[in-house]
Write a protein that binds this ligand. Structure first.
Ligand code: SF4
Ligand code: SF4
Length: 409
């Protein structure tokens, strides 16, 4: 694609990056065929090719309107288009640059600004999420509808949260996280037990927290940096002592952690550390699938019929959903066929709160596809998808690590 970016834009690192991404796009439109928002609206500007064009025009100096922002806001950042693109266009990096630009040159309505600030204040801090879940039943009526609908129930005394003692010489670190420990603390405990049975201790370190993805996707670069730096500082003593890996059990967080090296690459103080962290990060699916196969005699013999939703972050971000499906098969789960497995469920970070209508339509389509094969459980690999689908699914929605752990007990 030919570009005429302004000299001022080209002089910045992000402008130069945008130009090299734009030049790879040959405008073929293959990506539109797998874009969830294009499929729903049929509008070219709600598909990747149209959005790429909008970003190009903005960076070339065209006036930027409220409508331009709406089309970019409607993008789920699911990256299905990247998987489809034959030219290797890094759409998500271009979108990042486009969103940052548009938030600089336009002003959002007051209500939207307040909501985005509230989400950034509450969600990245586990204590605040717990508090919000406790008070939600009393103030639900006063909240914006989309926010009230997206809030999960506060977990009743969570079971299966026991972590094994750190008894092995092989050690890995767990991402502390934010929403997941407040709502589904049993997931990380299941990962710790699975690794313990395989001779590895999964350690929790003090001082870490949210991976920074929420703030990053809401264009709060300073907050995202502070969250990334907090994790790096918390992990660094163990990294220097030779810890084997940093494990994330939520695929969207894994994608973000793997991106620390790129996002902090220009940081004088943390750039090199961030690259080392990114190299050490592994999604739980990559860790477990790289270990020797678990002895079949120790696996529960009864088959259970399940359907698996591979989150976009797992299939398009990490390109790793086949590993999870193989592990589930090995643990005697029978996976149903699922129509259009590449499509997003509509969770997409805070998308379900900010774009509730599109999000609800995507969830209804996804659940219809997942439930068509009459599963007893729906499995997934990301906390956002899990909580989002749980709201209206007719069968329980669980993390695949819980299912593996159940099969081995
Ligand atoms: S598939 Fe790739 S090259 Fe074709 S329009 Fe989409 S982004 Fe551009
Ligand atoms: S990231 Fe997803 S929603 Fe956004 S343009 Fe690509 S396929 Fe469409």
């Amino acid at each position: 694609m030919q570009t005429r970016l302004t000299e001022q834009t080209l002089a910045s690192p992000s402008g130069a990056q945008a130009e090299s991404i734009l030049r790879r796009c040959v405008h073929c439109g293959f990506c539109n065929a797998t874009c969830p928002t294009y499929q729903l609206s049929g509008n070219e500007l709600d598909g990747p090719r149209g959005r790429i064009y909008l970003i190009k025009q903005m960076l070339e100096g065209a006036s930027t309107t409220e409508l331009t922002r709406q089309h970019l806001d409607r993008c789920l950042t699911c990256r299905s288009c990247e998987t489809t693109c034959p030219s290797g266009v890094q759409y998500s990096h271009l979108l990042e640059i486009g969103r940052e630009h548009i938030d600089r040159v336009t002003t959002r309505a007051r209500g939207e600004r307040v909501l985005r600030r509230l989400l950034r204040y509450v969600l990245p801090e586990t204590k605040r999420v717990r508090w919000a879940l406790r008070v939600a039943p009393y103030v639900r009526g006063l909240m914006p509808k989309a926010l009230a609908a997206a809030l999960p129930e506060a977990p009743s005394r969570a079971s299966n949260t026991q972590w094994p003692a750190a008894r092995h010489t092989r050690r890995m670190l767990a991402l502390t996280g934010c929403v997941q420990p407040a709502t589904q603390p049993q997931i990380d405990a299941a990962a710790a037990r699975l690794l313990d049975r395989r001779g590895i201790s999964l350690l929790r370190v003090h001082g870490g927290g949210c991976c920074g993805a929420l703030s990053h996707h809401l264009n709060a670069a300073g907050e995202a940096r502070a969250q990334m730096v907090r994790n790096i500082d918390a992990w660094w003593p163990d990294v220097e002592q030779g810890v084997e890996a940093i494990v994330s059990t939520s695929s969207a967080c894994s994608v973000m952690l793997k991106d620390y090296g790129r996002l902090l690459g220009y940081d004088v103080e943390y750039g090199e550390k961030a690259k080392r962290i990114s190299a050490l990060v592994a999604d739980a699916s990559a860790v477990l699938s790289s270990l020797p196969r678990f002895e079949a005699t120790q696996v529960a013999p009864a088959k259970r019929r399940i359907s698996f939703h591979a989150p976009c972050s797992l299939q398009h971000g990490l390109r790793g959903h086949k590993e999870v499906e193989r592990l589930l098969h090995e643990h005697n789960y029978e996976l149903t066929a699922v129509r259009d497995p590449h499509l997003c469920c509509g969770a997409a970070g805070t998308y379900s709160i900010q774009q509730p209508e599109l999000s609800r339509q995507l969830r209804a389509n996804k659940l219809a596809a997942l439930q068509a094969g009459a599963p007893t459980v729906i499995a997934t690999a990301n906390i956002g998808c899990l909580l989002h689908m749980q709201q209206t699914a007719s069968v329980p929605v669980k993390h695949w690590l819980e299912l593996l752990d159940e099969a081995e007990r």
